[in-house]
Design a protein around this ligand. Structure first.
Ligand code: SAH
Length: 337
């Protein structure tokens, strides 16, 4: 069966051609899927009934439904638990900014990267999301709230560069401008080079979380595969090819990576690349013992970076009252059903 929502127009035209149909039919079907968000072939009224029947035999339209919606009383952030066709649950978050609506989407069910502070990875990777399912996260929320989503960050559960082909397909298919797409990676170096070579203007955020290999290896297994210097070389390449600035994400964990020496090392790395740093006070995960540093320590860390001339922000915690670290909502939901 063909996953029709994950097909670009060229692939769809080929597929429709193989069914003995004219190319313009592919365009009509593409519009039904990506503009009118058709959930089944029967609503495609300008497609003949025999062709609809033929399509049903050889293709399917992936779907997604809202299993739960939580709305923050503090800032209106909405967290969604979405159910895929096979019953798997993923998380997405909708945030309202001055510049528009931004959605944070998942790229995999679970994750196999094993970062020690992250809830998404506790049960490992269940499966990759298709490009169509990543689009579904946006389409579904957009439809639910009745407003257009202008920005997307691929920062939910999963490692997008570990699901590279589907992620690239998603970027190709979405109508959100590439400059309004941010992809966050734990640093799969060869994929950063590949992404750079596509020159598609996507904003790259790299989860660094530690300023030296020794410490990074203790919290991020991916650090055993790629050193920080390999990672920063890939980042330099990304910047030189795309002309885009990059962001380093740095989760501050009490007693682990929040001291002055770490701040000094981190500022050296950021300076080399002209990178922005986004500090994220770690979200405590029940299954893990990590804690947030005291606010005084967080501010001291930030000031140290600023004194070194680094552009730094502390990630505004959106929807704290409905929070749960990445992947935690899904775990709670699974635990209750
Ligand atoms: N796999 C991608 C996307 C992960 S989620 C990546 O590694 O970048 C987006 C960000 O949230 C990453 O920087 C991730 O390391 C971070 N994160 C995950 N769990 C967290 C937690 N409990 N507290 C703070 N940040 C967390």
């Amino acid at each position: 069966m063909i996953d029709i929502k994950s097909q670009n127009l060229i692939e769809l035209t080929e597929f429709i051609g193989s069914q003995g149909e004219k190319p313009f039919r592919a365009k009509q079907i593409f519009e039904w899927i990506h503009e009118k968000h058709a959930g089944d072939f029967d609503c495609m009224t300008n497609i003949s009934i025999p062709l609809r029947e033929k399509l049903k035999q050889s293709a399917y339209i992936s779907g997604i439904k809202i299993a739960q919606e939580l709305i923050s009383k503090e800032d209106g952030t909405r967290k969604y638990l979405l159910e895929l066709d096979d019953g798997n649950i993923i998380e997405s978050v909708l945030m309202r900014y001055e510049y528009g609506l931004s959605v944070c989407i998942s790229s995999q069910v679970g994750c196999r990267m094993g970062c020690k502070f992250c809830a998404s990875t506790i049960d490992g990777l269940v499966r990759n999301l298709t490009a169509g399912e990543m689009l579904d996260e946006i389409y579904c929320i957009q439809e639910h709230i009745g407003e257009r989503i202008s920005h997307v960050v691929i920062m939910g559960s999963g490692e997008p560069l570990d699901n590279y082909d589907n992620f690239i397909k998603f970027v190709e298919l979405t109508d959100i401008g590439h400059r309004n797409i941010t992809v966050s990676t734990c640093g799969i170096v060869p994929r950063i080079y590949e992404l750079a070579d596509l020159k598609n203007q996507v904003t790259l955020a790299v989860s660094l979380h530690a300023p030296n290999d020794e410490l990074r290896k203790t919290i991020m297994p991916v650090a055993n595969a790629y050193s920080i210097s390999q990672l920063t070389d890939a980042c330099k390449y990304y910047i030189s090819v795309t002309g885009r600035r990059i962001t380093f994400e740095y989760s501050l964990i009490a007693g682990v990576n929040d001291n002055e020496k770490c701040a000094a090392e981190l500022s050296e790395i950021a300076k080399q690349l002209g990178a922005h740093i986004n500090l994220i006070p770690v979200n405590p995960v029940e299954e893990r013992e990590f804690r947030q540093p005291y606010i005084k320590t967080i501010n001291a860390f930030k000031s140290k970076l600023e004194r070194c001339g680094i552009n730094v922000t502390i990630r505004r915690e959106m929807g704290r009252d409905i929070s749960g670290a990445c992947g935690q909502l899904r775990r709670h939901y699974k635990g209750n059903t």
